[in-house]
Structure formats: structure tokens, C-alpha cells
Design a protein around this ligand. Sequence first.
Ligand code: NAD
Length: 253
Amino acid sequence: MSKFSLHGRTALVTGGARGCGLAFARGLAEAGANVAIFDIIEPDATFYNIEKDYNVRTAHYKVDVASPESLENGFADFQRDFDNALDICVPCAGINRHLPFLEFTFKEHHDLVSVNVLGLYFTAQAAAKQMIANGTKHGSIVLVASMASHIAVRDQLCSAYCGTKGAVRSMCPAIAKELAQYGIRINSVSPGYVRTEMTAAFSHLLPKWESEAMLNRIAEPDDIMGACVFLASDASSYMTGQDIIVDGGVTRW
Ligand code: NAD
């Protein structure tokens, strides 16, 4: 079987109802995985096609990753429905706020940290516990960081967001060190500008963003998906604690 195949594996994607998370869910399913998503919103209509398009099992759970209770209940439901199976976890749920550094309030920053850092961290932790308990030989966690953890994103006032994504990237190798003994790998993906709801309000900046990328365009969610599927699969079996930047070359010139 191809090292890229995820046939027979089970994946969990948070923030999988739309945007990058939905593309990751579809990509993992295309490679053969059953896919569950956690999100606070109802999934895009296309999510419901995944099951028949790729002959895999899918499920959606209404879960707020920023709430410990909601996360715990979500994992309990997911474990019950999927018989404790879990090989791949992609904590992707994230939010952004655009405010000047001098105007950010404690509350606004706290909201960002709750979803982007705590929600992601405790999703990964619960997933790792489940993988250890079920004894998977293919445990892989793919955190979603951002190009914003590598550079100060031009034209956007998102210092708090940059900080949360920096936290994601720097926690990754530290967690990798602890999970290696269980055969579980953890890496991150850092997308550049991607056309999703998160960037929709910045359409006026599109020409500038396109010109900042060597490839002269911004990404579609599917452009980021390949790195996620690769890191989820055995094709990346000797990678852990790493970050893959998928930004069309923005951070390299
Ligand atoms: P998006 O807004 O389209 O999708 C985010 C998803 O997360 C939504 O479905 C939303 O409902 C869900 N979500 C938000 N808060 C949640 C919560 N508390 N619990 C559960 N689900 C929650 O945005 P996107 O661009 O697809 O973002 C996905 C990830 O990619 C985020 O982590 C984001 O920071 C990251 N990212 C995006 C870009 C970009 O340019 N769009 C660039 C780099 C990184």
C-alpha cells in the first residue's frame, strides 16, 4: 500500500466546517481516512458529499474547542461513535482579530488565546491520550500555525494572532519530544494567505498579497491540503516537531 494512503485510518479535524479545515477533511478522506469534524458552526453543504465521494465515514460534532466541557463531551461522543479509533488529529479551528497593538484589550486577546492556543493544545492532548489508549501505530497530529508566526504580516493589525500562532509553532517540537516514546508524531503547517472567510474582509488587499507571493496568487484551501495529508501519512514517518510553510514563496523573498 502507498505510504500516502490513509485507508482504514480515522481522522479528527477541528474547524472542519469550512475553509482550510474543510479542505483538510476532504483531502484526508480522499486518501482513505474516515473523518470527524468538531466545529461551532454547521458544516458547508459540500462536507456531506465527502462520505459518498470517497466511500469513507464522516461525522460532525458541534464542539467549541475553547470550552473544556464542550471539548470533553465532543471527544466522548466521537469515541463512542467511532469505537475509540483515532490515528490523525488536525487542530485547525482558529480565529483572528484586527486591532492596533495599542488598542488590544485583555478580553480580545484572551478570546484569541482560548481558541488558537488553549483549544488547539487541549485538542491535541485529548487526541494523543486517545491514540495512546487505542495503540495506533500511525499516530500523527498536524497543528495549524501560520505564516504570521514567521513574519510580521504586512497590512494587518494582528499582533495577538501572530503571538498565538508563534505559540503553536514553538509548542510543537516540545510536544513532539514527549510523544515520540508513544510513536506519535506532531508537526505543524504554516499557511500563507488563503482565500477563506478569515481573509474575506481583506479583498481590497488581494492584488498586494498576490504580488507578495512568488507564485503571484494567494492560496485556495486545497493548496494547503497536500502538506496536511503528507504529514498525516506514513510518507512523513521520519518527521516530527517540524513546520511546513505553504505560502507561495512569500516568506522567502
Ligand atoms: P475560517 O474562518 O474559514 O475557518 C475557521 C473554522 O474554525 C470555522 O469553521 C469556525 O467556525 C471554526 N472555529 C472557530 N472558532 C471555533 C471554536 N471555538 N471551536 C470550534 N471551531 C471553531 O478560517 P480558515 O482560514 O479556514 O482558518 C483555518 C485555520 O487556518 C486557522 O487556524 C487559521 O488561523 C489558519 N490560517 C489561515 C490563514 C488564511 O489566510 N486564511 C493563514 C494562515 C493560517
